[in-house]
Design a protein around this ligand. Structure first.
Ligand SMILES: *Cc1c(COP(=O)(O)O)cnc(C)c1O
Length: 474
């Protein structure tokens, strides 16, 4: 029996996830076959998410193409689904690209934004005629050399940085300042004495953070460059606004506000801890005062995905909405969402191995998984997991228990989630925990094989056939 108030963070759960939790035999069979943990993906919501962005562009009469940013998830299901929906894939490594090509995604559907492009990668891009997003002068020199050697052209897109905001510029380690980009495109690319093999295709940026205002500013400033180039009869075919569109994980804004407030109260000792060892998730205590903000993704967002894109495109400059300005350029507007296209597209499932108490008396549930299998760059994944009981027992107030999920790495700080959870019934060995909405970064970006634990198997749920199978193999 627990008396303290609990701070739930109830996730939004899509239909296929609920279906699977009900068809728990399917999930148990998959765990038995592939071991715990497993990642299960489904394309149903992915396609919906793509259609929603396309519909926004269409509503303004803008030509658009959506490039799924593959770095957000390794499964081949999503690049294939993106291409089948007549969209593209933003790739960032040699293997991301060769896998797509081997799966018969045509080179024209790919763009490469890799942060580091070595000779092997650049040669492959040139040989396949894949558009290359240029980042720096050394890359240009190497690409030029490769084009000379193999006697082929390179389709290039220029990545921009240094967008002006207020009296400063947006900091970035990527891309070219506007003026340098202008010089590059207007006097070097295609110039027989400079970069004769380069063919200019368009402009690109990707901003850190999630600001609507900054994306609108960057689109506006890029559009001015496109106009300057057009005055010299240099045509830009595309303008790519990158990714970083917010999504929403939580069903209730109130819970999100209450949790954040409660965390501060817990840190100063007004209420008992709601995180393991009273972890501030980025907030620190200074002279008894909580300082700073949680270092986590903003899990609740009223304005997200399509509505956020609307907001960007409705932003006015000199009394004119951005979408009108963009329409007048007659370019293809591109975007590269990663995380937000994967909204509701994946779950991670792990099996309970043990229950125990630590020296402070905290109730711990040990899972057959490790914390790198549910990690992003943020301090915690702030969603309540779903507890699936192997054999049903009555939920009753007496059975409720508060505790933490811990994992398989031999570290004191090996918590799967740092938040204190309230279990409706005491978890039993062999029960499952389902972490929902983990496809975007959570399951793949930081996973490691310490202790030689194998990586989690990636599976696909086909909601029509009601089957779980392995990710499309190539
Ligand atoms: C990371 C990245 C993206 C995707 O960002 P999300 O936040 O996942 O939408 C798109 N384009 C580039 C160049 C990136 O580096």
């Amino acid at each position: 029996m627990v008396n303290e108030k609990h701070y739930s963070l109830t996730p939004i759960v899509s239909r296929w996830m609920n279906d699977l939790c009900e068809k728990k035999d399917l999930v148990y069979q998959a765990i038995a076959r592939y071991d715990s943990p497993i990642n299960i993906h489904c394309k149903d919501n992915f396609t919906e998410n793509i259609d929603a962005y396309s519909a926004v562009f269409q509503s303004y009469g803008l030509r658009s193409k959506i490039y799924f940013a593959r770095k957000a998830n390794k499964s081949l299901l999503f690049p294939l689904s993106s291409w089948k929906a007549n969209q593209g894939v933003d790739t960032a490594s040699y293997r991301e690209i060769t896998q797509c090509l081997d799966a018969n995604i045509p080179p024209q559907a790919l763009v490469c934004t890799a942060a580091v492009k070595n000779r092997q990668l650049l040669e492959m891009l040139v040989n396949n005629g894949i558009e290359i997003v240029l980042d720096n002068e050394d890359e240009i020199a190497l690409l030029h050399q490769i084009c000379e050697e193999i006697g082929r052209k390179a389709s290039v897109i220029v990545r921009l940085c240094g967008f002006r905001k207020d009296n400063g510029i947006l900091p970035s380690r990527f891309g070219f300042f506007m003026e340098d980009a202008f010089d590059l495109i207007s006097s070097r690319i295609g110039n027989p004495n400079e970069l004769p093999h380069f063919e200019y295709k368009g402009l690109h940026f990707h901003l850190n953070g999630y600001s609507v205002e900054e994306r609108a500013l960057a689109l506006h400033q890029s559009s001015r460059l496109i106009k300057r180039l057009a005055e010299l009869e240099i045509r830009s075919e595309s303008l790519d606004m990158g990714g970083g569109i917010l999504m929403n994980y939580l069903s209730d804004e109130r819970e999100w506000k209450d949790f954040r407030q409660a965390l501060r109260c817990a840190l100063i000792g007004e209420i008992s801890p709601i995180t393991y060892n009273n972890d501030g998730l980025g907030i620190i205590l200074h002279e008894g005062e909580p300082i700073g903000e949680m270092n986590v993704y903003p899990y609740f967002n009223k304005i997200n995905k399509g509505t956020l894109l609307h907001k960007i495109l409705e932003t006015e400059f000199d009394g004119q909405p951005l979408h009108q300005l963009l329409a007048s350029l007659d370019v293809e507007i591109r975007m590269e969402p990663g995380r937000s296209l994967l909204d509701q597209c994946g779950i991670t499932v792990a099996k309970v191995a043990f229950r125990k108490r630590d020296t402070s008396g905290n109730f711990l549930v040990g899972l057959e998984m490790n914390r790198t299998q549910l990690r992003s760059s943020s301090a915690d994944f702030l969603l309540d997991p779903i507890h699936i009981q192997q054999s049903e027992s009555e939920e009753s107030a007496d059975e409720q228990i508060d505790g933490y999920l811990v994992g398989a790495y031999c570290l004191e700080q090996e918590l799967i989630l740092k938040r204190k959870l309230r279990f409706k019934t005491t978890p039993k060995i062999g029960d499952l925990f389902v972490f929902v909405n983990t496809a975007g970064y959570m399951m793949h970006f930081y996973e490691s094989e310490a202790h030689l634990f194998p990586l989690a198997e990636n599976l696909v749920y086909d909601s029509e056939k009601e089957q779980i199978r392995e990710d499309i193999c190539v």
